[in-house]
Design a protein around this ligand. Structure first.
Ligand SMILES: Cc1ncc(COP(=O)(O)O)c(C=O)c1O
Length: 381
């Protein structure tokens, strides 16, 4: 890697393509595959991932915000783009103008959209989000028919989709609650269709549902974490085995790297970093790395995690600072200034996975990768 970069994220195109193929082989050719690229593609890099994913056979992209959607449109990405989050009323016109599909669940949004679309003489494609038990965004079951009836009054408003989201599919091997949500979703679909609203694209499945339950596919699946080569949870992996499946092979797409900014020998008994939380028990060769919690390296990893240098583990010493971490390289021979360091990734037999860092930091792999600062260059390999 270019010596000018002191920190970068590598994206493995072959891994992404292989993961997409795995999901395609689960769902077949007829069901739409939406790649969830919100939150800067879970920290991977929204532009890089979106372009690669589309080349690898994904048909739809899902973003959280209008800004993410517009960024993709500016880059010439013209595939169906679904905004999963909330678009402020004042910004709805821009969404319609750029042909973004909208997730809707407020009647106020429908009224604003009706006015805008009438004025622009342009259709808006809507995906109604219905509440099945996550109690996040969503139209309550008892309000769904009034909602669709209101939409039907406005010729420029088109119901393209109906969606919902599972609350408790990753955290458990007991899928009773997911089954209940699925049942409610089917009941709502039936009500809406019997009330003369056609729904071309029904969708509910995230990665875990796509891996575990084909009866959640409907017309489209929305896959995030699995496309990046990470399992939603240990429970999902275990559930896959309990469901008598051969777990699919997911390959992590992202590696995170830096270089050594200083090497120095410090005496036994020296304190390292803020708060003097670590004190050397021997003369120590210390490597200083220009990465900190600003970059997304969790402060919860202070004194816990390690990095890889020349295929060896170098343990973190002291607290993670805003822009630096310090590691013990005493036992690794031949380390030089600006040598490459792996923060997350693999070297030889040693692996630092997002799951491992998540365990250490008391969080989930989604959180580890999503926080990687978007200013760090993304390099496709
Ligand atoms: C509405 C919605 N659909 C799909 C996903 C994708 O979930 P996963 O990354 O577990 O596949 C998310 C992620 O949070 C989501 O919020």
């Amino acid at each position: 890697m270019s010596k000018e970069l002191m920190q970068w994220v590598e994206l493995n195109r072959a891994a992404l393509t292989s993961n997409i193929k795995q999901f395609r082989s689960l769902i077949g050719d007829k069901i739409n595959l939406l790649a969830v690229v919100k939150a800067n593609a879970y920290g991977h890099g929204i532009l890089e991932i979106s372009k690669m994913a589309l080349k690898a056979g994904v048909g739809w992209l899902g973003v959280h915000s209008l800004d993410e959607g517009l960024l993709l449109r500016q880059e010439g990405i013209d595939c169906p783009l679904l905004v999963l989050g909330y678009v402020p009323s004042q910004e709805l016109e821009r969404a319609v103008t750029h042909g973004l599909r909208l997730t809707v669940y407020n009647l106020d949004t429908i009224h604003f959209l009706a006015q805008i679309c009438r004025r622009l003489k342009k259709e808006a494609l809507l995906h109604l989000k219905v509440e099945t038990g996550t109690n996040r965004q969503g139209i309550l079951e008892e309000d769904v028919l009034a909602f669709t009836q209101e939409i039907r009054k406005h010729p420029y408003l088109v119901v393209e989709g109906l969606s919902s989201h599972f609350a408790n599919i990753e955290d458990t091997t007991d899928h009773t609650y997911s089954r209940l949500q699925l049942k409610r979703f089917k009941r709502i679909i039936k009500k809406v269709e019997e009330n003369n609203t056609e729904i071309p694209i029904k969708h509910m499945a995230c990665t875990a549902a796509t891996i575990l339950f084909p009866d959640t596919y409907f017309d489209m699946v929305r896959v995030g974490i699995g496309m990046y080569g990470l399992w939603p949870s240990k429970e999902t992996y275990l559930s896959s085995i309990l469901e008598k499946q051969k777990p699919i092979l997911l390959k992590p797409v992202l590696s995170w790297k830096t270089r050594i900014a200083q090497i120095k020998k410090i005496p036994q008994g020296s304190f390292i970093g803020y708060g003097c939380t670590y004190r050397t028990t021997r003369e120590t060769v210390l490597g200083v790395l220009p990465v900190g919690y600003y970059d997304g390296y969790s402060r919860n990893l202070s004194n816990y995690s390690y990095v890889l240098i020349k295929g060896h583990r170098a343990p973190l010493r002291g607290r993670v600072c805003m822009d630096f971490i310090m590691v013990d390289i005493t036992d690794i021979p031949g380390v030089d200034l600006e040598d490459e360091v792996i923060l997350l990734g693999q070297e030889g037999e040693e692996v630092i996975s997002a799951d491992y860092l998540a365990d250490l930091a008391s969080t989930i792999n989604y959180d580890i990768v999503t926080r990687i600062n978007n200013l760090i260059p993304r390099v496709i390999i």
